[in-house]
Every structure is written in structure tokens, then in C-alpha cells.
Unconditional design. Structure first.
Length: 321
């Protein structure tokens, strides 16, 4: 296991470098550069000033030179400064990641707590009313746009019923401690539900399909023939084996929650990493956008590795030697 883990970690190094090259090139080729956006709307700027700024920022260098300079600085822990917020990019991104965790962690556990029991029950009661209801829910969840569902939730619960805030992160002036936590939870309810809906629906569908395949296996029929209780058969024999293919979906759901956060965080004005990506790309703050996008790519790589390691824990037949 140790040799396999070391080999996978070494394989991640060229992957991260390749991803950083792609992200850097895509952002560099975007229309407008930092100097153009900085000087837009200022008719007093002279051509000499523009050329001087381009030299200061290194925008006249070839693309490969600009990338190598960025990479050398990044290896030293210097990812530049945010043009919009005028603070180090790394500090800004870490702060926004912490804000996004308030949404992604509850969304993940909410999706898991609802999807797995519903998927198992739907498989055990195939073609029943409950199964058809669960199927309708999954199609609804994977089909509905997150931004539209978020707007509808705001309209119902914030405008019509007025029981929850329409958006934001917290109420100004709330004292720290328990009152601040209660206030934050009120702001979390709507975006957490919206963010978890897609994952909840997809995971329910995968759980149902996997359980239907497992409960028809011979070892499940043998366990029932031995006189074991149905709950023991499902929990110890069927569910554990059904979860093996779902591990990949679970592992990739965390990066998917972060990747799906831009729309949700923008609709609810939540200051997280997703909204930061939207703001930085739209505002030409490419240094910030690059680090934020690299963070999402790293999440996918790390959770793919965790999914492979989890296989060995769920299935004793799987060994990484």
C-alpha cells in the first residue's frame, strides 16, 4: 500500500504541472490583459505609460517565459497579488475556501444522508410507488438548473414566507459566539439545499442501480437461505458490496460541489471560492482565477486517490502491492 501511495503521489506531479500549463494558457489567451483592464476608461493614459506597465508586469515576454516565471514564484509560495482586492492571492483563496466549506461539507453529508437510504429503499421496493417517487426525484434533481432553483427558493422562503434570508454570509452586528452561529446557519439553509440537490439525485440513482445488481447475486440468496434476518443480509452482505462502485461517486462529489458552487454562491451572494472564480474571471483578476482553478483540479486528483484507497477498505479482495 505504501509503495502504491508513493507511486500515485509521484504521478500527480506531472499532472499538476500539465493542468497549470493549460489553466495559465487559457487565462492568458482570454480577451484583454491586466493592463488593458486597469487602464480601461482612462483617456489620459499615454502609450508610453501603457508600454511601461506591460514591461513591469512582464506582459511583453513570450508565453513560455511568463509561465516559467509564474511557476518559479509559485514554488516559492508567491502566487502574486489580487488586482481586485490588493492582497496576496493565497491569503484570499484560503479565506474563500473556508467560506465555501460552510456550504460544501453540510451539502455533502445532506446528500449522503438522504441519497443512500432512499436509493436502498427504492431498490428493495422496485416498481413500487416509493420507487417511482424516488425516480421522479432523481430526474428532477439532475434536470433542474441550479440558478433557477436557487431563485425559486429565494422567492418562496425569503420573499413570500420571509422565514429565511435571501442571501449573504451573516448579519452585521451580531455578537460572536452562539448568536453568530445561529445567524450563520440561517444563511446556510437555502444554498446548502440547492447545492446538494444535484449530488443527492445522482447519488440516489447510483445507489439504486448498484443495490439492484447486488441483491440478485448468489451470495445474497445464500445468506437469506441460511435464515439471516433481512436487515443483516442487506446491511452486512448487500450494502457493503453495493457501496464499492459508489465510492468513486462519493469521492468525486466533493470536487463537484466546489465546481458547482459558482452558480449557487453567486445567486446567494455567498463569498466563497466559486463566487471568487466568477468575479476574478469577469474582472480580469487572472492571478486569483488561476490559483482558484488549480485548487479545484487538485481536489479532483486528491479525491480520486482517496477513492482508490477506499476500495481496499471496503473489499478485502482488493490489494495494492
Amino acid at each position: 500500500m505504501g509503495a502504491y501511495l508513493l507511486r500515485r503521489l509521484l504521478q500527480m506531479i506531472p499532472l499538476v504541472l500539465g493542468i497549470s500549463v493549460i489553466v495559465f494558457m487559457v487565462l492568458v489567451m482570454a480577451p484583454g490583459d491586466p493592463v488593458d483592464l486597469l487602464l480601461a476608461g482612462n483617456p489620459r493614459v499615454r502609450a508610453e505609460d501603457i508600454q511601461l506597465l506591460r514591461q513591469i508586469y512582464g506582459l511583453d515576454d513570450p508565453l513560455h517565459i511568463r509561465y516559467l516565471k509564474w511557476l518559479a514564484a509559485a514554488l516559492r509560495g508567491d502566487f502574486g497579488y489580487s488586482r481586485t482586492y490588493q492582497i496576496p492571492v493565497l491569503d484570499l483563496v484560503w479565506d474563500r475556501i473556508g467560506n465555501s466549506m460552510w456550504l460544501t461539507v453540510p451539502s455533502f453529508f445532506l446528500a449522503l444522508a438522504v441519497a443512500v437510504p432512499v436509493g436502498v429503499y427504492s431498490a428493495l421496493r422496485q416498481y413500487s410507488v416509493a420507487d417511482y417517487a424516488a425516480t421522479f426525484f432523481t430526474f428532477f434533481g439532475v434536470s433542474i438548473p441550479a440558478f433557477w432553483f436557487g431563485i425559486m427558493m429565494i422567492y418562496v422562503f425569503a420573499v413570500v414566507l420571509r422565514v429565511l434570508p435571501p442571501g449573504g454570509f451573516s448579519t452585521p452586528g451580531v455578537p460572536p459566539g452562539w448568536p453568530a452561529l445561529v445567524d450563520r446557519l440561517q444563511y446556510m439553509v437555502l444554498p446548502v439545499v440547492v447545492l446538494s440537490l444535484l449530488q443527492m439525485a445522482a447519488l440516489t440513482r447510483y445507489t439504486r442501480s448498484s443495490m439492484l445488481e447486488v441483491i440478485r447475486q448468489d451470495y445474497v440468496r445464500t445468506a437469506r437461505a441460511k435464515g439471516l434476518a433481512e436487515a443483516v443480509v442487506i446491511r452486512r452482505h448487500a450494502l457493503r458490496n453495493a457501496l464499492i462502485p459508489i465510492v468513486t461517486i462519493l469521492a468525486l462529489s466533493i470536487p463537484a460541489l466546489f465546481a458547482g458552487a459558482p452558480l449557487t454562491e453567486t445567486v446567494f451572494a455567498w463569498p466563497g471560492i466559486g463566487r471568487l472564480i466568477v468575479e476574478s474571471v469577469g474582472g480580469g483578476d487572472y492571478a486569483t482565477a488561476q490559483v482558484a482553478l488549480l485548487f479545484l483540479a487538485m481536489l479532483v486528483l486528491v479525491f480520486n486517490l482517496l477513492a482508490d484507497l477506499a476500495y481496499a477498505l471496503l473489499d478485502p479482495r482488493i490489494r495494492y502491492d
